[in-house]
Design a protein around this ligand. Sequence first.
Ligand code: AMP
Length: 224
Amino acid sequence: MIGELMLPSSPPLVLILLGPPGAGKGTQAKLLQEKLILPHISTGDLLREHIRRKTPLGAQAQGFMDKGNLVPDSLIFDMLFERTSHEDCSRGYILDGFPRTIPQAKALQDRLKDKPAPIVLNLELTDEQIIERLTKRVICEKCGTPYHLIYSPPKVSGHCDRCKGVLIHRPDDTEPVIRKRLTVYHEQTEPLIHFYQRLHLLHTFDCTLDKKEVFDHILSIIKG
Ligand code: AMP
């Protein structure tokens, strides 16, 4: 499949990027998007776009996001499943930041029940490494590409290598909010590791490695 990558006749491929905030889900999703020509769907990016456009959904979501809490499932489901119904998702898609709770994972399994099982890519990093990464992270305002100011800075300071968009600090990338997001991750999202392990769909990656090494490892799993 990889090389020719996805042939028009390939069955739809759904990839789920699981892991704490800052483990590299967005980075790996962008690399996979380019390699597999599949849409990258980040629920965080979709929500930030609603906030930017000042939609009613954005207004409801913002308070939860600013505090580092999860946005209620009722707001997430319609937004996500509307997006996955678009024509560009017919060959599959890459989910980044969804599912984040057991009810979300169950709702997704239900949606996918007549389709090939998803591949779940679990990215691992310790809490202290995450805090170090996220406090120095900037993202592109336009396309969401993340950069680390020390380890993977943009070529031109302040601008995205991919689309030349302006790089910003996310308002929820401050240490107190990051710590809250980590608590929420351990309580509500980490149980998904066991959920997908039981379904034999989980593959775990050590994200202390260089992003290219992690990416090569992910590709070898997808090829397999
Ligand atoms: P992210 O960009 O994935 O780090 O998400 C940023 C914030 O958006 C999270 O801290 C949550 O407040 C919210 N969010 C993103 N995805 C979800 C989801 N699947 N369920 C609930 N809240 C979400």
